[in-house]
Design a protein around this ligand. Sequence first.
Ligand code: ADP
Length: 194
Amino acid sequence: MKFRTILLFGAPGSGKGTQGKILGTIPGFYHLACGDLFRNLRIDSPLGRVFIDYSSKGQLVPDEPTIELWQQHINAQTQLGRFHPDRDTLVLDGIPRNAPQAHILRDTLDVRALFSLTCADVNKLTERLQRRALRDNRLDDANIEVIRQRLQTYELETRPVLDFYGPEIVHAIDSTKDPLRVLTDILNIIVQRL
Ligand code: ADP
């Protein structure tokens, strides 16, 4: 059985985490941000160290441990009765994050819609990230060089995933609007797709 899924895409700072959290509060929706899974690891665990190593350079963690961590988390949440694959809709943020991950998850996810949060203004993205760095104590948000590298990683590795799913599934959402309007745009499409 595949998981009924909605994907949130967007460059760092585009606001996908904000939208994901809101969507996750709707009954029957289960929000999962891959970056949170990594940040919840102990930093002295083997994978925790790998995460720090890559994320501090603005790079993606290798696919195999990433998918394994994700799968383990989903299995655990299912066992604990927090995620119900038969009736819940998964809201994924940050995974799949490159074409190989999309291929690996092809038989696991039934992707109903992908929202690509767009913001052409790099300065606005950078500003949002630097504000978040202070608020959430995120090292990868603080350094301008790391931010540049993450934006580049997004363009080179993550954007091609939009082609993998194709125009039937992909919806561009203007994320320069305020959160309420971004949410409204997303919900208007979700109600048609589920
Ligand atoms: P962002 O706001 O940059 O999108 P995330 O919290 O989604 O931040 O991710 C933070 C970091 O965690 C990424 O820069 C990357 O190193 C790692 N990461 C998160 N998800 C994945 C993934 N699916 N594959 C590989 N690395 C990931």
